[in-house]
Design a protein around this ligand. Sequence first.
Ligand code: BES
Ligand code: MN
Ligand code: ZN
Length: 496
Amino acid sequence: MQLRYLKAGPTEHATDLLAVGVTQGTTAATGALAKLDRSLGGAVTRALASGDMRGKLTDEVLLYGGASGPKRVLLLGIGKAEELTPEVVRRMAGRAVRAAEKLRIEAISISLDGLSGVSAELRAQAAAEGAALAAWRFRELKTPSLDEPPVDVRAVDLLGAGNAQALERGALTGAIVARAENLARTLQSRPGNVATPTHLAEEARRIAGGVELEITVFDEERMREEGMHAILAVSQGSEEPARFIILEHRGGKRREPPLVLVGKGLSFDAGGISLKPPEGMENMKFDMSGGAAVIAAMQAVAELGVKANVIGLVPSSENLPSGRALKPGDVIRTLAGKTVEVINTDAEGRLILADALAYGARMKPAAMIDCATLTGAVLVALGHHASAVFGNDDDLVEEIIAAGDASGERCWRLPLWDAYRKQLDSTTADLQNIGGRPGGSITAARFLQEFVGDTKWAHLDIAATAYGEGDVPYLRKGGYGVPTRLLIEWVRGRAK
Ligand code: BES
Ligand code: MN
Ligand code: ZN
């Protein structure tokens, strides 16, 4: 998508569709709305007077323009002025794109006027993100339809008065962030027979080449030499070889400790010998969502030239049943040296992450965050509206919650008390890989904690937030790219 900021008033720019936000309680066309109202012969005033546009978040009114300026004006209710956040702006931009798709318009404009309460830079960033995220589609596996192909919004002009430099900077940041998140969504959407561990590693290599990230990929032989037996154990039932992807961005001082991002890259999770039921199993192609978000966030971090050393780690494998597969009762020796009794082969994410986290901890990071579609239990705990965050450092957890609020990818903390450790006691090994039904997301996180040593660490369980039905205006059914935006926001905050 072509995204740009233009220093123009709402009536000064010729466009097929101009979207304008209207706050709740607006009864008269004042400020930026006044100019529009005049050029539309009082149509804004009439829309307000009719009660059709009361500024509620669901209100939408389409007006038709005259000889100059916008051909159509879409008034979008954006709720109470004092409750305006970047997320409201993101959604407003998403709604503008959806309306344009219905009207079959490819180039639109969005007014950033009247959205004060959010700083100029963040306003432009959020609008750029919402528009570019909304326009994205995954169509590479569909035959193009000849009779009425869906219309894509290809160009968005952000218009507005105010600090032009800040608005321009925000628009650019938003475009980079959204492009990264859309990359994550593309990788997520590719099915298991396309997005294999080898494919993810090749894509990471292609991306690294484009933005000057350093990349190293371990094959299985190298993983064996390193002692990554947990990843190898999960992968051993599959014909597809595992990969361990390492991306590096050197934006900080030479000896500055890195920030490490770890993402679960399970390219398809059938459960292994502890086979999952068939219902909904197709969604287990999304089990590499954490890895996709880490690869995508690394791309954005490089493009934004963030002044920090950042390392992305993605352990990637399949989890399938076969004559060679890992079995319940098997004991494996992890990279950290701890032994794990595998009670359930479907609790494989924590196994591949155990090796990745131990590897990350060796880099003596300033902080390490992992994200993983780790447990079905997190859906029961928090539903689809927040990822669960866990951590061994209160300040770090606070930073992540703040980054989640700012990016619109919210998370909520769950405890990691030692009391939960007992559920992981094993009769044969140092620990077992499941902790029973009570607190299933917590015992999974507690398992991970065993492998980070004293590294400041946080874990995001994204099993219920990484993909969905598309009930946010700027998303569609399928991969959501969560937590790409959160990771970028957190890294940028750390580099300030
Ligand atoms: N990838 C799944 C978790 C998952 C479930 C992600 C639903 C997205 C939607 C993970 O590997 C898994 O199978 N977890 C098990 C753990 C259990 C065996 C302790 C689960 O949650 O059922
Ligand atoms: Mn599983
Ligand atoms: Zn899994």
